[in-house]
Design a binder for this molecule. Structure first.
Ligand code: ARG
Length: 464
Protein backbone atom coordinates (compact mmCIF):
# COMPACT_ATOMS: atom_id res chain seq x y z
CA UNK A 1 0.00 0.00 0.00
CA UNK A 2 1.04 3.57 -0.63
CA UNK A 3 2.21 5.63 2.33
CA UNK A 4 -0.83 7.81 1.66
CA UNK A 5 -3.15 4.91 0.70
CA UNK A 6 -5.70 5.10 3.54
CA UNK A 7 -8.22 7.18 1.69
CA UNK A 8 -8.05 5.10 -1.49
CA UNK A 9 -9.99 1.97 -2.40
CA UNK A 10 -7.85 0.92 -5.33
CA UNK A 11 -4.26 1.20 -6.50
CA UNK A 12 -2.76 3.72 -8.88
CA UNK A 13 -2.88 2.91 -12.57
CA UNK A 14 0.55 1.58 -13.61
CA UNK A 15 0.98 4.20 -16.34
CA UNK A 16 0.06 6.94 -13.88
CA UNK A 17 2.49 5.54 -11.35
CA UNK A 18 5.37 5.84 -13.80
CA UNK A 19 4.10 9.18 -14.99
CA UNK A 20 4.08 10.93 -11.67
CA UNK A 21 7.04 9.21 -10.07
CA UNK A 22 10.10 11.42 -9.63
CA UNK A 23 12.49 8.89 -8.08
CA UNK A 24 14.44 8.52 -11.34
CA UNK A 25 15.71 12.08 -10.98
CA UNK A 26 15.14 13.15 -7.36
CA UNK A 27 17.21 10.26 -5.97
CA UNK A 28 20.18 12.55 -6.19
CA UNK A 29 18.68 14.31 -3.14
CA UNK A 30 19.05 11.25 -0.90
CA UNK A 31 21.81 12.71 1.29
CA UNK A 32 19.95 15.95 1.91
CA UNK A 33 16.70 14.08 2.51
CA UNK A 34 18.30 11.86 5.13
CA UNK A 35 20.21 14.68 6.81
CA UNK A 36 17.00 16.73 6.97
CA UNK A 37 15.06 13.81 8.42
CA UNK A 38 17.74 13.17 11.04
CA UNK A 39 17.57 16.81 12.17
CA UNK A 40 13.76 16.71 12.17
CA UNK A 41 13.61 13.49 14.20
CA UNK A 42 16.16 14.78 16.72
CA UNK A 43 14.12 17.93 17.21
CA UNK A 44 10.86 15.93 17.60
CA UNK A 45 12.62 13.96 20.34
CA UNK A 46 13.97 17.06 22.11
CA UNK A 47 10.54 18.70 22.01
CA UNK A 48 8.89 15.61 23.50
CA UNK A 49 6.75 15.12 20.37
CA UNK A 50 8.18 11.62 20.07
CA UNK A 51 10.21 9.91 22.78
CA UNK A 52 14.01 10.26 22.82
CA UNK A 53 14.26 6.49 22.30
CA UNK A 54 12.05 6.71 19.22
CA UNK A 55 14.13 9.57 17.88
CA UNK A 56 17.29 7.53 18.42
CA UNK A 57 15.83 4.51 16.63
CA UNK A 58 14.84 6.67 13.66
CA UNK A 59 18.23 8.39 13.53
CA UNK A 60 20.21 5.17 13.61
CA UNK A 61 17.89 3.64 11.01
CA UNK A 62 18.40 6.61 8.72
CA UNK A 63 22.16 6.56 9.27
CA UNK A 64 22.29 2.90 8.27
CA UNK A 65 20.17 3.58 5.16
CA UNK A 66 22.53 6.36 4.15
CA UNK A 67 25.49 3.99 4.38
CA UNK A 68 23.61 1.37 2.34
CA UNK A 69 22.78 3.85 -0.41
CA UNK A 70 26.38 5.07 -0.57
CA UNK A 71 27.56 1.47 -0.86
CA UNK A 72 25.14 0.87 -3.73
CA UNK A 73 23.04 -1.63 -1.75
CA UNK A 74 19.69 0.12 -2.26
CA UNK A 75 17.31 -0.30 -5.18
CA UNK A 76 14.80 2.53 -5.28
CA UNK A 77 11.18 1.70 -6.01
CA UNK A 78 9.18 3.59 -8.63
CA UNK A 79 6.03 2.62 -6.75
CA UNK A 80 7.23 4.64 -3.77
CA UNK A 81 7.07 7.68 -6.04
CA UNK A 82 9.86 9.94 -4.87
CA UNK A 83 13.02 10.02 -2.78
CA UNK A 84 11.14 11.15 0.33
CA UNK A 85 8.72 8.21 0.41
CA UNK A 86 11.39 5.76 -0.74
CA UNK A 87 13.51 6.59 2.26
CA UNK A 88 10.56 6.60 4.64
CA UNK A 89 9.56 3.18 3.35
CA UNK A 90 13.12 1.84 3.67
CA UNK A 91 13.13 3.14 7.25
CA UNK A 92 9.88 1.47 8.20
CA UNK A 93 10.95 -1.80 6.56
CA UNK A 94 14.12 -1.62 8.63
CA UNK A 95 12.99 -0.40 12.08
CA UNK A 96 9.28 -1.18 12.03
CA UNK A 97 6.36 0.96 13.15
CA UNK A 98 8.43 3.59 14.92
CA UNK A 99 9.62 4.64 11.44
CA UNK A 100 6.08 5.83 10.79
CA UNK A 101 6.57 8.56 13.43
CA UNK A 102 9.24 10.36 11.38
CA UNK A 103 6.72 12.25 9.26
CA UNK A 104 5.04 13.80 12.33
CA UNK A 105 4.62 17.59 11.93
CA UNK A 106 6.05 17.50 8.43
CA UNK A 107 4.82 17.33 4.85
CA UNK A 108 6.58 16.35 1.68
CA UNK A 109 5.94 19.93 0.64
CA UNK A 110 8.26 21.46 3.23
CA UNK A 111 10.52 18.42 2.99
CA UNK A 112 11.14 18.75 -0.75
CA UNK A 113 11.72 22.51 -0.43
CA UNK A 114 14.28 21.76 2.29
CA UNK A 115 16.04 19.09 0.23
CA UNK A 116 16.37 21.26 -2.87
CA UNK A 117 17.64 24.19 -0.83
CA UNK A 118 20.25 22.06 0.94
CA UNK A 119 21.35 20.56 -2.35
CA UNK A 120 21.46 23.91 -4.13
CA UNK A 121 23.46 25.55 -1.35
CA UNK A 122 26.20 22.96 -1.84
CA UNK A 123 26.06 23.32 -5.59
CA UNK A 124 26.20 27.12 -5.47
CA UNK A 125 29.39 26.82 -3.43
CA UNK A 126 30.80 24.25 -5.86
CA UNK A 127 29.97 26.49 -8.83
CA UNK A 128 31.45 29.51 -7.06
CA UNK A 129 34.60 27.46 -6.42
CA UNK A 130 34.93 26.63 -10.13
CA UNK A 131 34.31 30.28 -11.01
CA UNK A 132 37.02 31.32 -8.54
CA UNK A 133 39.39 28.86 -10.23
CA UNK A 134 38.67 30.52 -13.57
CA UNK A 135 39.19 33.97 -12.04
CA UNK A 136 42.55 32.88 -10.64
CA UNK A 137 43.61 31.61 -14.04
CA UNK A 138 42.55 34.87 -15.70
CA UNK A 139 44.53 36.89 -13.14
CA UNK A 140 47.61 34.75 -13.69
CA UNK A 141 47.38 34.97 -17.50
CA UNK A 142 46.62 38.70 -17.43
CA UNK A 143 49.61 39.34 -15.22
CA UNK A 144 51.84 37.70 -17.85
CA UNK A 145 50.33 39.78 -20.65
CA UNK A 146 50.02 43.35 -19.39
CA UNK A 147 52.31 44.39 -22.26
CA UNK A 148 51.09 42.02 -24.98
CA UNK A 149 49.66 44.22 -27.74
CA UNK A 150 46.55 43.20 -29.65
CA UNK A 151 43.89 45.06 -31.58
CA UNK A 152 40.69 45.90 -29.73
CA UNK A 153 37.54 45.62 -31.84
CA UNK A 154 34.18 47.21 -32.29
CA UNK A 155 31.80 45.74 -34.89
CA UNK A 156 34.53 43.08 -35.20
CA UNK A 157 36.58 45.73 -37.04
CA UNK A 158 39.97 46.70 -35.68
CA UNK A 159 39.41 49.75 -33.52
CA UNK A 160 42.20 50.69 -31.09
CA UNK A 161 45.22 48.88 -29.70
CA UNK A 162 44.84 47.25 -26.29
CA UNK A 163 46.69 44.51 -24.45
CA UNK A 164 45.77 40.87 -24.06
CA UNK A 165 45.94 41.36 -20.31
CA UNK A 166 43.30 44.06 -20.57
CA UNK A 167 41.09 41.84 -22.70
CA UNK A 168 41.36 39.00 -20.17
CA UNK A 169 40.55 41.36 -17.32
CA UNK A 170 37.33 42.35 -19.10
CA UNK A 171 36.22 38.74 -18.67
CA UNK A 172 37.49 38.78 -15.10
CA UNK A 173 35.03 41.62 -14.39
CA UNK A 174 32.13 39.72 -15.98
CA UNK A 175 32.82 36.60 -13.93
CA UNK A 176 33.23 38.73 -10.80
CA UNK A 177 29.68 40.00 -11.27
CA UNK A 178 28.58 36.40 -11.83
CA UNK A 179 30.16 35.51 -8.51
CA UNK A 180 28.14 38.28 -6.87
CA UNK A 181 24.94 36.89 -8.37
CA UNK A 182 25.71 33.37 -7.14
CA UNK A 183 26.41 34.61 -3.62
CA UNK A 184 23.23 36.71 -3.58
CA UNK A 185 21.33 33.60 -4.58
CA UNK A 186 23.09 31.65 -1.83
CA UNK A 187 21.85 34.14 0.75
CA UNK A 188 18.24 33.80 -0.35
CA UNK A 189 18.50 29.99 -0.52
CA UNK A 190 19.90 29.86 2.99
CA UNK A 191 16.50 29.99 4.74
CA UNK A 192 14.96 26.85 6.25
CA UNK A 193 11.44 26.00 4.99
CA UNK A 194 10.92 22.97 7.28
CA UNK A 195 8.09 23.65 9.72
CA UNK A 196 5.86 25.11 6.99
CA UNK A 197 4.03 21.75 6.88
CA UNK A 198 1.86 21.15 3.84
CA UNK A 199 1.04 24.87 3.67
CA UNK A 200 -0.34 25.98 7.03
CA UNK A 201 2.41 25.16 9.50
CA UNK A 202 1.64 22.71 12.27
CA UNK A 203 -0.01 22.54 15.68
CA UNK A 204 3.04 20.74 17.11
CA UNK A 205 5.47 22.80 19.15
CA UNK A 206 8.46 22.66 16.79
CA UNK A 207 11.83 24.25 17.43
CA UNK A 208 12.51 25.38 13.89
CA UNK A 209 15.56 27.43 14.82
CA UNK A 210 17.40 24.45 16.26
CA UNK A 211 16.77 22.51 13.04
CA UNK A 212 18.04 25.50 11.04
CA UNK A 213 21.19 25.66 13.17
CA UNK A 214 21.82 21.92 12.88
CA UNK A 215 21.41 21.97 9.11
CA UNK A 216 23.51 25.11 8.70
CA UNK A 217 20.76 27.53 7.62
CA UNK A 218 21.08 31.22 8.46
CA UNK A 219 17.38 31.54 9.32
CA UNK A 220 13.85 30.19 8.93
CA UNK A 221 11.12 31.11 6.43
CA UNK A 222 8.65 33.72 7.68
CA UNK A 223 5.50 32.45 6.00
CA UNK A 224 4.39 28.85 5.67
CA UNK A 225 2.60 29.33 2.32
CA UNK A 226 5.68 30.98 0.85
CA UNK A 227 7.95 28.46 2.53
CA UNK A 228 6.51 25.57 0.51
CA UNK A 229 5.73 27.35 -2.75
CA UNK A 230 8.84 29.48 -3.26
CA UNK A 231 11.16 28.33 -6.04
CA UNK A 232 12.68 31.77 -6.65
CA UNK A 233 16.02 30.48 -5.44
CA UNK A 234 16.10 27.83 -8.19
CA UNK A 235 15.12 30.41 -10.79
CA UNK A 236 17.77 32.80 -9.50
CA UNK A 237 20.40 30.11 -9.78
CA UNK A 238 19.36 29.33 -13.36
CA UNK A 239 19.45 33.05 -14.16
CA UNK A 240 22.94 33.39 -12.69
CA UNK A 241 24.00 30.21 -14.53
CA UNK A 242 22.55 31.59 -17.77
CA UNK A 243 24.57 34.77 -17.44
CA UNK A 244 27.74 32.76 -16.69
CA UNK A 245 27.05 30.70 -19.82
CA UNK A 246 26.45 33.87 -21.84
CA UNK A 247 29.85 35.16 -20.73
CA UNK A 248 31.52 31.83 -21.44
CA UNK A 249 29.91 31.74 -24.89
CA UNK A 250 31.28 35.19 -25.75
CA UNK A 251 34.77 34.14 -24.65
CA UNK A 252 34.41 30.85 -26.57
CA UNK A 253 33.31 32.70 -29.69
CA UNK A 254 36.46 34.83 -29.51
CA UNK A 255 38.66 31.78 -28.98
CA UNK A 256 37.03 30.10 -31.98
CA UNK A 257 37.72 33.18 -34.12
CA UNK A 258 41.22 33.64 -32.76
CA UNK A 259 42.19 30.06 -33.53
CA UNK A 260 41.07 30.31 -37.17
CA UNK A 261 43.70 30.62 -39.92
CA UNK A 262 42.30 34.09 -40.61
CA UNK A 263 43.24 35.35 -37.13
CA UNK A 264 45.94 32.94 -35.88
CA UNK A 265 46.09 34.77 -32.51
CA UNK A 266 45.97 31.59 -30.42
CA UNK A 267 46.44 27.88 -30.74
CA UNK A 268 44.48 25.52 -28.52
CA UNK A 269 46.32 22.72 -26.82
CA UNK A 270 45.83 19.35 -28.53
CA UNK A 271 44.16 18.06 -25.37
CA UNK A 272 41.39 20.64 -25.82
CA UNK A 273 40.72 20.29 -29.53
CA UNK A 274 39.69 17.50 -31.86
CA UNK A 275 40.24 16.39 -35.41
CA UNK A 276 37.97 15.73 -38.36
CA UNK A 277 37.01 12.23 -39.51
CA UNK A 278 37.57 13.18 -43.14
CA UNK A 279 39.86 16.22 -43.34
CA UNK A 280 43.28 15.23 -41.99
CA UNK A 281 44.51 18.81 -41.62
CA UNK A 282 41.72 19.92 -39.28
CA UNK A 283 42.12 20.90 -35.66
CA UNK A 284 38.73 21.99 -34.41
CA UNK A 285 37.88 24.10 -31.35
CA UNK A 286 35.06 21.69 -30.42
CA UNK A 287 35.26 22.31 -26.70
CA UNK A 288 34.70 26.02 -27.16
CA UNK A 289 31.92 25.35 -29.65
CA UNK A 290 30.20 22.90 -27.33
CA UNK A 291 30.27 25.36 -24.44
CA UNK A 292 28.79 27.97 -26.79
CA UNK A 293 26.11 25.45 -27.73
CA UNK A 294 25.33 24.41 -24.16
CA UNK A 295 24.49 28.02 -23.35
CA UNK A 296 21.20 27.40 -25.11
CA UNK A 297 20.21 24.53 -22.85
CA UNK A 298 20.86 26.52 -19.67
CA UNK A 299 18.70 29.37 -21.02
CA UNK A 300 16.12 26.63 -21.69
CA UNK A 301 16.34 25.47 -18.08
CA UNK A 302 15.71 29.02 -16.86
CA UNK A 303 12.77 29.41 -19.23
CA UNK A 304 11.35 26.04 -18.16
CA UNK A 305 11.42 27.01 -14.48
CA UNK A 306 9.93 30.44 -15.05
CA UNK A 307 7.16 28.87 -17.10
CA UNK A 308 6.45 26.09 -14.59
CA UNK A 309 6.05 28.68 -11.83
CA UNK A 310 4.04 31.14 -13.90
CA UNK A 311 0.47 31.59 -12.64
CA UNK A 312 0.68 28.79 -10.05
CA UNK A 313 -1.80 29.44 -7.27
CA UNK A 314 -0.53 29.13 -3.71
CA UNK A 315 0.71 26.92 -2.27
CA UNK A 316 2.29 23.63 -3.49
CA UNK A 317 1.17 22.23 -6.83
CA UNK A 318 2.42 19.05 -8.43
CA UNK A 319 3.67 21.16 -11.36
CA UNK A 320 6.53 22.07 -9.05
CA UNK A 321 7.96 18.57 -9.27
CA UNK A 322 9.13 19.75 -12.71
CA UNK A 323 11.59 22.12 -10.99
CA UNK A 324 14.23 19.49 -10.38
CA UNK A 325 15.31 18.27 -13.81
CA UNK A 326 15.75 21.79 -15.13
CA UNK A 327 17.65 22.92 -12.04
CA UNK A 328 19.87 19.84 -12.00
CA UNK A 329 20.59 20.22 -15.70
CA UNK A 330 21.59 23.86 -15.25
CA UNK A 331 23.87 22.93 -12.33
CA UNK A 332 25.52 20.04 -14.20
CA UNK A 333 25.94 22.03 -17.39
CA UNK A 334 27.44 25.18 -15.92
CA UNK A 335 29.81 23.18 -13.72
CA UNK A 336 30.81 20.90 -16.58
CA UNK A 337 31.53 23.89 -18.82
CA UNK A 338 33.61 25.69 -16.19
CA UNK A 339 35.59 22.50 -15.58
CA UNK A 340 36.79 22.31 -19.19
CA UNK A 341 36.89 25.99 -20.01
CA UNK A 342 39.47 26.96 -17.38
CA UNK A 343 42.19 24.49 -18.41
CA UNK A 344 41.43 25.14 -22.08
CA UNK A 345 42.21 28.84 -21.62
CA UNK A 346 45.13 28.09 -19.35
CA UNK A 347 46.83 25.82 -21.90
CA UNK A 348 46.23 27.75 -25.12
CA UNK A 349 49.32 29.34 -26.64
CA UNK A 350 49.45 32.89 -27.88
CA UNK A 351 50.91 34.07 -31.16
CA UNK A 352 52.07 37.43 -29.84
CA UNK A 353 53.76 38.52 -33.07
CA UNK A 354 50.60 38.03 -35.12
CA UNK A 355 48.53 39.81 -32.47
CA UNK A 356 50.84 42.82 -32.41
CA UNK A 357 51.02 42.85 -36.22
CA UNK A 358 47.23 42.91 -36.40
CA UNK A 359 47.21 45.90 -34.04
CA UNK A 360 49.66 47.73 -36.29
CA UNK A 361 48.06 46.97 -39.61
CA UNK A 362 44.55 48.29 -39.24
CA UNK A 363 44.90 52.03 -38.52
CA UNK A 364 44.16 51.33 -34.86
CA UNK A 365 46.24 54.45 -34.09
CA UNK A 366 44.11 56.79 -36.23
CA UNK A 367 42.40 58.13 -33.10
CA UNK A 368 45.86 59.08 -31.82
CA UNK A 369 46.49 61.30 -34.86
CA UNK A 370 43.11 62.97 -34.34
CA UNK A 371 43.84 63.40 -30.60
CA UNK A 372 47.25 64.87 -31.52
CA UNK A 373 45.59 67.48 -33.73
CA UNK A 374 42.96 68.21 -31.08
CA UNK A 375 45.68 68.73 -28.46
CA UNK A 376 47.32 71.22 -30.87
CA UNK A 377 44.10 73.26 -31.02
CA UNK A 378 42.32 71.77 -34.05
CA UNK A 379 38.63 71.20 -33.13
CA UNK A 380 38.14 67.43 -32.71
CA UNK A 381 35.45 67.14 -35.40
CA UNK A 382 37.76 68.86 -37.89
CA UNK A 383 40.67 66.66 -36.78
CA UNK A 384 38.48 63.57 -37.29
CA UNK A 385 37.75 64.63 -40.86
CA UNK A 386 41.40 65.35 -41.66
CA UNK A 387 42.53 61.97 -40.37
CA UNK A 388 39.67 60.19 -42.12
CA UNK A 389 40.90 61.59 -45.44
CA UNK A 390 44.47 60.69 -44.53
CA UNK A 391 43.45 57.07 -43.82
CA UNK A 392 41.58 56.87 -47.13
CA UNK A 393 44.66 58.16 -48.91
CA UNK A 394 46.82 55.56 -47.11
CA UNK A 395 44.42 52.76 -48.06
CA UNK A 396 44.57 53.86 -51.71
CA UNK A 397 48.35 53.93 -51.61
CA UNK A 398 48.73 50.69 -49.59
CA UNK A 399 50.45 52.46 -46.68
CA UNK A 400 50.02 52.57 -42.91
CA UNK A 401 50.10 55.71 -40.74
CA UNK A 402 53.59 54.73 -39.57
CA UNK A 403 54.83 54.74 -43.21
CA UNK A 404 54.02 58.41 -43.83
CA UNK A 405 56.80 61.00 -43.77
CA UNK A 406 56.69 64.16 -41.67
CA UNK A 407 56.26 66.14 -44.90
CA UNK A 408 53.22 64.09 -45.81
CA UNK A 409 51.76 64.73 -42.35
CA UNK A 410 52.50 68.46 -42.57
CA UNK A 411 50.68 68.59 -45.89
CA UNK A 412 47.42 67.70 -44.17
CA UNK A 413 48.09 69.93 -41.15
CA UNK A 414 50.99 72.30 -40.42
CA UNK A 415 50.56 71.87 -36.63
CA UNK A 416 52.09 68.38 -36.89
CA UNK A 417 55.70 68.06 -35.63
CA UNK A 418 58.18 65.18 -35.51
CA UNK A 419 56.71 63.96 -32.21
CA UNK A 420 53.74 62.63 -34.20
CA UNK A 421 55.69 59.38 -34.65
CA UNK A 422 55.86 58.97 -30.89
CA UNK A 423 52.16 59.65 -30.62
CA UNK A 424 51.21 56.95 -33.14
CA UNK A 425 53.63 54.33 -31.84
CA UNK A 426 51.34 51.45 -30.89
CA UNK A 427 53.14 50.60 -27.64
CA UNK A 428 53.10 54.27 -26.63
CA UNK A 429 49.41 54.61 -27.62
CA UNK A 430 48.56 51.81 -25.22
CA UNK A 431 50.89 53.06 -22.50
CA UNK A 432 49.29 56.51 -22.64
CA UNK A 433 45.81 55.12 -21.88
CA UNK A 434 46.51 55.12 -18.19
CA UNK A 435 43.07 56.26 -17.13
CA UNK A 436 41.74 53.98 -14.35
CA UNK A 437 40.10 51.05 -16.12
CA UNK A 438 42.21 51.65 -19.24
CA UNK A 439 44.53 49.25 -21.13
CA UNK A 440 47.92 50.75 -20.13
CA UNK A 441 50.10 48.06 -18.51
CA UNK A 442 50.14 49.94 -15.19
CA UNK A 443 46.34 50.41 -15.20
CA UNK A 444 45.83 46.72 -15.96
CA UNK A 445 48.30 45.78 -13.21
CA UNK A 446 46.34 47.94 -10.76
CA UNK A 447 43.15 46.17 -11.74
CA UNK A 448 44.86 42.76 -11.38
CA UNK A 449 46.02 43.71 -7.87
CA UNK A 450 42.50 44.77 -6.93
CA UNK A 451 41.12 41.57 -8.43
CA UNK A 452 43.47 39.42 -6.36
CA UNK A 453 42.37 41.11 -3.16
CA UNK A 454 38.71 40.81 -4.05
CA UNK A 455 39.10 37.11 -4.83
CA UNK A 456 40.76 36.42 -1.46
CA UNK A 457 37.87 38.11 0.34
CA UNK A 458 35.03 36.65 -1.68
CA UNK A 459 36.31 33.08 -1.31
CA UNK A 460 35.59 33.25 2.42
CA UNK A 461 31.90 33.49 1.63
CA UNK A 462 31.59 30.07 0.06
CA UNK A 463 34.41 28.06 1.63
CA UNK A 464 34.09 27.19 5.25
N1 ARG B 1 8.00 14.59 -5.47
C1 ARG B 1 7.35 15.79 -5.06
C2 ARG B 1 8.05 16.99 -5.70
O1 ARG B 1 9.12 16.80 -6.14
C3 ARG B 1 7.42 15.95 -3.58
C4 ARG B 1 6.31 16.78 -3.00
C5 ARG B 1 5.04 16.09 -3.19
N2 ARG B 1 3.95 16.71 -2.49
C6 ARG B 1 2.70 16.44 -2.80
N3 ARG B 1 1.79 17.05 -2.11
N4 ARG B 1 2.39 15.63 -3.76
O2 ARG B 1 7.55 18.08 -5.77
Amino acid sequence: MKLWGGRFTKGTDKVVEDFHSSISFDQRLYRQDIRGSIAHAGMLGRQGIISPAEADAIISGLTAILADIEDGRVQFDVGAEDIHMNIEKLLTDRIGDVGRKLHTARSRNDQVALDIKMYLKEEICATAGLLAGLEETLLKLAEGHTGTIMPGYTHLQRAQPITFGHHLMAYFRMFARDMGRLLDCLERTDVLPLGSGALAGTTFDLDRNSVAAELGFAGITENSLDGVSDRDFAIEFCAAASIIMMHLSRFCEEIILWSSAEFRFVELDDAYSTGSSIMPQKKNPDVAELIRGKTGRVYGDLMALLTVMKSLPLAYNKDMQEDKEALFDAIDTVKGCLMVFTPMVDTMTLNETVMAQAARGGFTNATEVADYLAKSGVPFRKAHEIVGKLVLDCINRGKSLEDLTLEEYREVSPVIEADIFDAINIEKCVAARRVPGGPAPEAVQASIDKGKQWLQEIKKRFTS
